[in-house]
Design a protein around this ligand. Structure first.
Ligand SMILES: *Cc1c(COP(=O)(O)O)cnc(C)c1O
Length: 434
């Protein structure tokens, strides 16, 4: 392997979710195109995780590049209070048109966690504005993950394990099991019955819980959550930060259950991995609760870089591609290929589950999998197992042959591991997240 470039050292950069005393040096990337990352030493890796699930059209799509270049030359950013620009207003209208039901009012921010914070603020202030200030709790689900800022941590299952250091500082949310069957549905109803007078909202990752282990639930479960919120007069927040923009096979996961949440959070693939942008989108009745003559009824939030014009231009260009190119058909083809090609892993010792949903493929092992990361790089693919999970979430534009390289690497690495399973202790330092 070639020498690393001279800028590559860990003297001044603090890495995410990493024990810096033992952090391996990251791989230097010099460019990316389509589904390939090009490293400084000339090697290429096929990206199987789309840069934390964002790069849905692959890297450097010419339509997005042109849109961002043109916008940069014209107007990169202006403050969003008192001034307006076409990319943001156009994007808001296009999101409202694509989202189900009357999810019509778009509040922009710049990261997923902040979009969750804003959605929670909306839900809490909604009840205050309606004269029910006692409704101050949020109900979340076991294995859920909603971000790393403080209230987002509070609604994340502590067992997901990313926020142990802050236990006792963030107010714990009510945690429930997903209502997958009669018993868990009855338990959720009983909990809501008891807590409803203090509850403002329920928050859920629809159909796929991401960082909590890529766990799937079906549309009927999601529909039951919506029905339970209706019965107990609670707002439903759908965190579609990971599932939004086609990942589960429909543009938004909620569509598969035919439900309309009261607030939706979007980020990750919103700009197709180009620039940071997020949105918290509210239904008309939620928005209406903030209208009035008193200033205190207004939503008090305003990130400096909200609705950044470059990011909005990238998001509009990404939506153009969803309109013009057969992305959802590509996701369906990826789903079929993943199901076919990952299935053989099921029979391997040490594999407890194989599951596929849209452009998400998961091989769950009985023990931690993060130690396998180097084996994938050796095979020319970029995959990052976490927890007990080996997973693939490719860009939707991936060719079948490249996807086959990814799935073959997974099958080979998992098979090799099960042959050597007895002498592979993986400590907690190999267990860092996503
Ligand atoms: C990634 C993610 C977040 C947090 O988004 P950031 O942009 O990393 O703050 C929140 N919710 C879900 C479901 C996510 O996948």
């Amino acid at each position: 392997m070639a020498e690393p470039p001279n800028w590559l050292n860990l003297d001044h950069v603090w890495l995410p979710y990493a024990q810096m005393a033992a952090a391996p040096q990251p791989l230097p990337v010099v460019s990316a195109a389509g589904v390939r990352l090009k490293l400084a030493d000339g090697r290429e890796l096929i990206d199987g995780i789309s840069s934390w699930w964002t790069a849905c059209h692959g890297y450097g799509h010419p339509h997005i590049v042109a849109a961002v270049q043109q916008q940069a030359a014209q107007l990169s950013h202006v403050m969003f209070a008192g001034l307006a620009h076409a990319p943001a207003y156009t994007l808001a209208a296009r999101l409202a048109a694509k989202l189900p039901g009357d999810l019509d009012h778009v509040f922009f921010s710049e990261s997923g966690s902040v979009a969750v914070e804003i959605a929670l603020k909306m839900a809490l202030q909604y009840w205050r504005n309606r004269g029910e200030p006692a409704r101050r709790k949020i109900l979340a689900f076991r294995h859920g993950y909603h971000g790393d800022t403080f209230m987002a941590m509070a609604v994340t299952d502590p067992a997901v394990g990313m926020h142990d250091a802050f236990r006792g500082i963030v107010p714990p949310a009510l945690l429930a099991e997903l209502p997958r069957d009669a018993a868990t549905s009855a338990a959720l109803d009983a909990l809501l019955e008891r807590e409803a007078p203090q509850l403002a909202a329920v928050i859920i990752e629809p159909l796929v819980q991401g960082a909590g282990g890529l766990r799937l639930h079906d549309a009927a479960t999601l529909a039951r959550v919506r029905a339970a919120c209706d019965r107990h007069h609670l707002l439903l927040i759908a965190d579609e930060i990971m599932t939004g923009f086609g990942r589960t096979g429909t543009l938004f996961a909620c569509e598969q259950a035919g439900i309309v949440p009261d607030i939706v959070c979007l980020s990750k693939a919103l700009t197709a991995g180009t620039l940071p942008l997020a949105a918290s989108v509210a239904r008309r009745h939620v928005f209406a609760a903030f209208l009035g003559t008193e200033f205190e009824r207004a939503l008090m939030h305003g990130p400096t870089f909200m609705a950044n014009a470059l990011a909005c231009a990238a998001a509009n260009a990404s939506l153009d591609l969803f309109d013009a190119e057969p992305r959802l058909a590509q996701v369906a083809a990826i789903e079929a290929q993943l199901a076919r090609e990952l299935e053989p892993c099921r029979a391997l010792p040490g594999v407890v589950d194989v599951r596929v949903k849209g452009a998400i493929g998961v091989v769950e092992l009985a023990t931690p999998a993060a130690g396998l990361r180097a084996d994938f790089i050796e095979r020319g693919v970029w995959l990052r197992p976490f927890g007990n999970i080996v997973y693939v979430m490719p860009p939707f534009v991936i060719e079948p042959a490249d996807l086959a390289t990814l799935t073959a690497a997974i099958c080979e690495v998992v098979a090799a591991r099960s042959r050597h399973a007895t002498h592979e202790p993986h400590g907690r330092d190999a267990h860092d997240v996503v």
